[in-house]
Design a protein around this ligand. Structure first.
Ligand SMILES: *[C@@H]1O[C@H](CO)[C@@H](O)[C@H](O)[C@H]1NC(C)=O
Ligand SMILES: *[C@@H]1O[C@H](CO)[C@@H](O)[C@H](O)[C@H]1NC(C)=O
Ligand SMILES: *[C@@H]1O[C@H](CO)[C@@H](O)[C@H](O)[C@H]1NC(C)=O
Ligand SMILES: *[C@@H]1O[C@H](CO)[C@@H](O)[C@H](O)[C@H]1NC(C)=O
Ligand SMILES: *[C@@H]1O[C@H](CO)[C@@H](O)[C@H](O)[C@H]1NC(C)=O
Ligand SMILES: *[C@@H]1O[C@H](CO)[C@@H](O)[C@H](O)[C@H]1NC(C)=O
Ligand SMILES: *[C@@H]1O[C@H](CO)[C@@H](O)[C@H](O)[C@H]1NC(C)=O
Ligand SMILES: *[C@@H]1O[C@H](CO)[C@@H](O)[C@H](O)[C@H]1NC(C)=O
Ligand SMILES: *[C@@H]1O[C@H](CO)[C@@H](O)[C@H](O)[C@H]1NC(C)=O
Ligand SMILES: *[C@@H]1O[C@H](CO)[C@@H](O)[C@H](O)[C@H]1NC(C)=O
Ligand SMILES: [Cu+2]
Length: 785
């Protein structure tokens, strides 16, 4: 969740990006210091760096547009002939028209399927561009689609309306548009004048801290404001919270809020709505000053000025742990990589899985055409929104709801540190997106690796009364291919894992680390979270991560089967003494109509996406079960004014809709400032259409109710802030898909001679510079291979 911070204009301001170090600066420094990726290259015998290559069956039709296309689109938009009257965004002010961003437009599934499944034509490629039109009489933000690409005489610039159902298509009212550098800069004079006037008050309350303007040398406070900043686009506000500046300002908030009205493009009309401190509202400077002079304002606690306690570095004062100087265990692909990639097409094959990876600046990683053993399971698997909503008895926490796609979550996918964020030897890919007419590359921001599950996939010991204790014992190694990225959206580091298990199941996990958006500590506000530092409270909030799963089990026509476990009273004649007695049975049904729904209490319902026209050898419908994992939740508040109608996708655990080219996304990227007049209303997807034997989409939510704690200091821990879900074959096959794996042991004992034989199928631990005893030695019997 990004917050605009005026003292650090670079943090919030597109317009001032020229004051930043060159793009990629941090990544370059990292490489210079650590060499290739940070390991001692003279000892990587167990690290296989070579990823075997393959060729994708079809080009990746979901890939972003090329940098040439981006530049051509940029130039086309800026061509006076386009009539868009655009200003260079690095010099723009509120009343100019300028480009916000350009990305690829989602390719219609109806165009893709004939191409990937047959000999249909390559689907046309389009760009989408959001243009801020402050220069119009009725200023707004307008989204356009530009295509087909590459730019030619046939390329058109058209309004992009068809993916939005709010009634205004791709138009967002000016007041609700993204709060960018020019908007932030326009509010600065009012904030500076107001805060200068009360610098004696802030200095007295906050250890001398004052604000005279973001570029004024005397300024020692930093500020932040979030979203939503409008209800319906007819008004705009900033609920500004002041903080102690520094690397961890999220953790050093102050009890001082300035609320301003910043409606419209004429900054001379912006006004102060009031101040909040000590849980009291002061509409004017005069009233604030009166209370201050009457001695009614005081801070019971001082915020820490040095945030060293909030840094993720080694803290010797915590002591030492025995043997901690040794390297911790690591996942190593010691047998060599067992997956293949097509780097250009971003296509991956692993243990009979295959899929394409796409990337968008707003949604990050998206997976397409996910097949197992040659059959399609999902057409698309993608994150749609990362929502967070806070609570507290002060304007900032009470007002805050984030939609991280608004902040272009994908662009926040950063470099992953080998050996720590991802295993040594993992495959690292860059992600790239466009900043105006330039390409930005975030190096090594996706990692792909195969991991030991650290538990066997399956095993059984048939016990027997012989010296070995068994007649036979089979055990199969558990492993999975994981595609990971970590997007740091302001304070939070969301880690997204897609794990392809060798039995055909697929797991999606999201973890959150990073800084809490915390509040000043108010002793009477315990119901919004505990005190976590001398003047800091961990603010209670929800994280909801909405995903789209466009299942195509074998074919596109699928149904959702609900198998409800019911306790029923019945009788059985061979238990006459019982009369009627309770036991369980399955009550199966097919969901008929589009709807939002929740996991059943006690998880007493199994939801499976089935193909009603495909059966396995046993006559059962082939399907995949949606297995709830850790922390499958939805938003706690269903009627908050700040998330009223623009966050409906976050308000149920699950939802089922018909797939439509016009409904590719659960949300729109500028919906956050329109809770009462959404650009995209997820509820409108549920218009009574049949979802039986149709092309259906399952929307599901992962997340955490963040019950904050002292252990969120310095940052939230991935062990606990963790949510997951699994899609597992449900009668999709005729048996478990572990029979074709060689990474197993099969041990049998001759019942007559008690002779032990161990079958290794030729798979043993490779040397890689280490020495091990022969397998079987420790068993102590007669070994046969
Ligand atoms: C790298 O490994 C070599 C050989 O084991 C060793 O001599 C050297 O000190 C190591 N370098 C670092 C920085 O650990
Ligand atoms: C073009 O935009 C500028 C602001 O950037 C505005 O002043 C001017 O009136 C616009 N021209 C037309 C023809 O709309
Ligand atoms: C995608 O499909 C929609 C609905 O049919 C259509 O309006 C739109 O033009 C299509 N987009 C592209 C890029 O062809
Ligand atoms: C400063 O505050 C006083 C009231 O305390 C008010 O009269 C004056 O207009 C304010 N000046 C500015 C620049 O806000
Ligand atoms: C599994 O992968 C192997 C090796 O690529 C291939 O030969 C085999 O046909 C695949 N099996 C299925 C059922 O697709
Ligand atoms: C990532 O980007 C860097 C710098 O642009 C480039 O040198 C490197 O080859 C890229 N890596 C991959 C895997 O494409
Ligand atoms: C990008 O646009 C800027 C003006 O904003 C211009 O100076 C620069 O040359 C352009 N770069 C390319 C690659 O066209
Ligand atoms: C079964 O019958 C018993 C005794 O009448 C009753 O208490 C119980 O609620 C019944 N269970 C169900 C599932 O109807
Ligand atoms: C699937 O089966 C249903 C019911 O048997 C049938 O009506 C329908 O035509 C079939 N659809 C396809 C695509 O085969
Ligand atoms: C057990 O060993 C005996 C003696 O070597 C042999 O005849 C018999 O076939 C073995 N049984 C099995 C199941 O291998
Ligand atoms: Cu949190």
């Amino acid at each position: 969740m990004l917050l605009s911070t005026l003292i650090c204009l670079a943090c919030s301001s597109l317009a001032l990006s020229s004051t930043l170090p060159p793009l990629g600066y941090e990544r370059k420094v990292f490489r210079d210091i650590f060499g290739k990726r940070g390991y001692n290259s003279s000892t990587p015998q167990c690290i296989s760096d070579e990823t075997p290559l393959t060729t994708a069956p079809k080009p990746n039709v979901w890939a972003g547009i090329t940098s040439e296309d981006n530049l051509a689109v940029w130039n086309l938009l800026h061509d006076p002939a386009s009539g868009l009257n655009l200003t260079d965004p690095t010099e723009a002010v509120l009343t100019d028209n300028y480009v916000f961003w350009i990305d690829a437009l989602h390719t219609n599934k109806s165009d893709v399927i004939p191409f990937i499944d047959g000999d249909g034509p390559l689907p046309p490629k389009y760009a989408r561009a959001i243009i801020f039109q402050g220069g119009k009489a009725d200023p707004d933000s307008q989204e356009y689609m530009i295509g087909p690409l590459p730019v030619s005489a046939e390329t058109k610039i058209e309004k992009l309306d068809y993916i939005y159902n709010g009634g205004k298509g791709g138009t967002v009212p000016y007041n609700a548009r993204y709060f960018d550098g020019p908007r932030s800069a326009a509010t600065e004079p009012l904030i500076a004048a107001t805060m200068s006037n009360i610098s004696d008050i802030t200095a007295a309350l906050f250890q001398g801290l004052v604000y005279f303007g973001s570029t004024d040398d005397r300024t020692t406070l930093t500020l932040t404001s979030g979203t939503p900043l409008s209800f319906d686009g007819t008004q705009a506000w900033r609920n500004i919270m002041f903080r102690v500046p520094g690397p961890a300002s999220y953790m050093t908030p102050l009890d001082f809020f300035l609320l301003i009205d910043c409606t419209g493009t004429d900054a001379s009309l912006y006004t102060v709505k009031g101040f909040v401190t000590n849980e009291k509202f002061f509409p004017t400077v005069a009233e604030l000053r009166t209370a201050f002079e009457a001695g009614e304002l005081a801070m019971e606690y001082d915020q820490t000025l040095d945030a060293d306690w909030a840094l993720v570095n080694y803290k010797p004062e915590l002591g030492v742990r025995e043997l901690e100087e040794r390297m911790a265990p690591s996942t190593l692909e010691i047998g060599g990589k067992r997956y293949k990639v097509d780097k250009e097409q971003k296509y991956v094959e692993y243990m009979n899985w295959s899929f394409y990876i796409s990337f968008s600046r707003t949604l990050g990683i998206m997976l397409y055409d996910i097949k197992f053993k040659g059959e399609r399971i999902l057409y698309e698997l993608s994150m749609q929104e990362a929502t967070a909503q806070y609570g507290g008895n002060q304007p900032k926490a009470a007002n805050t709801v984030y939609h991280d796609t608004y902040y272009s979550l994908g662009t926040d996918a950063g470099t992953l540190i080998e050996g720590f964020d991802c295993p040594w030897g993992a495959t690292f890919w860059n992600v790239s997106y466009y900043s105006y007419n330039q390409t930005t590359v975030n190096e090594d921001s996706i990692c792909i690796f195969e991991a030991d599950m650290n538990f066997p996939l399956s095993r059984h010991r048939t016990a027997a009364g012989n010296p070995y204790g068994f007649r036979n014992l089979g055990t199969v190694k558990g492993a999975a291919l994981i595609v990971r990225n970590i997007a740091t959206i302001g304070n939070y580091d969301y880690m997204f894992d897609y794990s392809f298990h060798i039995d055909g199941s697929l797991e999606i996990a999201v973890r959150a680390s990073g800084y809490l958006q915390s509040s000043f500590y108010y002793p009477d506000q315990g119901k919004w979270g505990p005190r976590i530092q001398q003047a800091t409270q961990g603010s209670l909030h929800d994280h909801i991560l909405t995903f789209k799963g466009d299942f195509d089990i074998v074919t596109a026509k699928n149904s959702l089967e609900v198998s409800e476990l019911k306790a029923v009273n019945q009788s059985q004649p061979w238990f006459p003494e019982l009369g009627t007695f309770e036991q369980i049975e399955l009550d199966k049904s097919i969901m008929k109509e589009e709807k939002q729904f929740n996991w059943a209490p006690n998880n007493a319902a199994m939801y499976s996406i089935i193909n009603p026209n495909a059966t396995n050898a046993w006559g059962e419908n082939r399907g995949y079960r949606i297995v709830p994992g850790r922390s499958n939740i939805h938003l706690s508040t269903l009627n908050s004014p700040f998330s009223l109608k623009n966050s409906e996708f976050a308000k149920s655990h699950l939802a089922l809709t018909r797939q439509h080219d016009t409904e590719p996304f659960a949300n729109s990227v500028q919906n956050i400032n329109l809770p009462m007049a959404p650009q995209q209303d997820f509820l409108k997807f549920f218009d009574g259409e049949s979802v039986e034997n149709e092309d259906i989409v399952l929307w599901f939510n992962l997340g955490m109710h963040h019950f904050t704690r002292s252990e969120d200091v310095p940052v939230t821990l991935y062990t606990e802030a963790y949510s997951s879900i699994v899609f597992a074959p449900q009668n999709f096959f005729d048996r478990a898909q572990d029979g074709d794996l060689l990474n197993r042991r099969w041990m049998t004992v001759n019942t007559t001679t008690f002779e032990l034989s161990v079958e290794t199928y030729g798979v043993a631990l490779p040397g890689c510079g280490l020495s091990f005893e022969e397998p079987g030695d420790h068993v102590g019997g007669i070994v046969e291979y």
